[in-house]
Design a protein around this ligand. Structure first.
Ligand code: ZN
Length: 203
């Protein structure tokens, strides 16, 4: 399986990092070795002094698809959850400046925390979902899928122009404002529509 991550999909987060808003979805990949199971500790990697949390809505692909039309894209996922796209911001800045690929900043082991999934039918409208992240019981990020620049169906359609989507692939759909550095001893807890859906301790 593969993990596809959308960048700059919330205007307030793009602005906090001084990034321009994209005209088409911007995305990158993480390998399956990046997956961190819900509840497992996150170990700060040695190559970074500035790991940021990015809480994101995620969808799991349940059908094989290529060149999916936006109007049919909703048929290609039936589970929604939240995850954390852990980012080595210091390394990412260096990569951006030098024009290098982002993998060591974004795709290292443990960088994709995947929380609990819920059946899509549980929610009346996937584009009206509240989600949030608490660090040490303090709210640090909150968003709603109605703030996404590119919605789930647009993302699925766009990505499938370049990559065949396969059963089990996961799409991270971008983070709202409020990203911040994590430190050893921090506890992160994520909520989807008020349900505790993700947890990790930083080690
Ligand atoms: Zn992200």
């Amino acid at each position: 399986m593969k993990i596809i991550c959308i960048g700059r999909n919330y205007a307030d987060h793009a602005t906090e990092l001084n990034n321009p808003l994209p005209k088409t979805p911007l995305f990158f990949l993480k390998p399956d070795s990046a997956i961190l199971k819900n509840g497992a500790p996150f170990f700060i990697p040695e190559h970074s002094d500035e790991i940021h949390h990015e809480i994101e809505l995620i969808v799991k692909i349940n059908r094989i698809g290529k060149h999916i039309e936006p109007k049919f894209a909703h048929k290609y996922y039936n589970e929604i959850g939240i995850g954390i796209d852990f980012t080595a911001r210091d390394v990412q800045e260096e990569c951006k400046q030098k024009g290098w690929p982002w993998e060591i900043a974004k795709a290292f082991d443990g960088s994709a925390l995947i929380g609990k999934y819920y059946k899509k039918d549980l929610f009346s409208n996937p584009q009206e979902l509240n989600f949030s992240l608490e660090k040490n019981e303090k709210l640090v990020q909150s968003g709603n899928s109605n703030q996404m620049i590119f919605d789930f169906n647009t993302i699925i359609s766009y990505v499938s122009r370049f990559f065949t989507l396969k059963i089990g692939d996961v799409i991270f759909t971008g983070t709202p404002a409020g990203v911040s550095r994590v430190q050893r001893g921090d506890t992160l807890v994520g909520y989807l529509e008020g349900r505790e859906s993700l947890k990790t301790k930083i080690c």
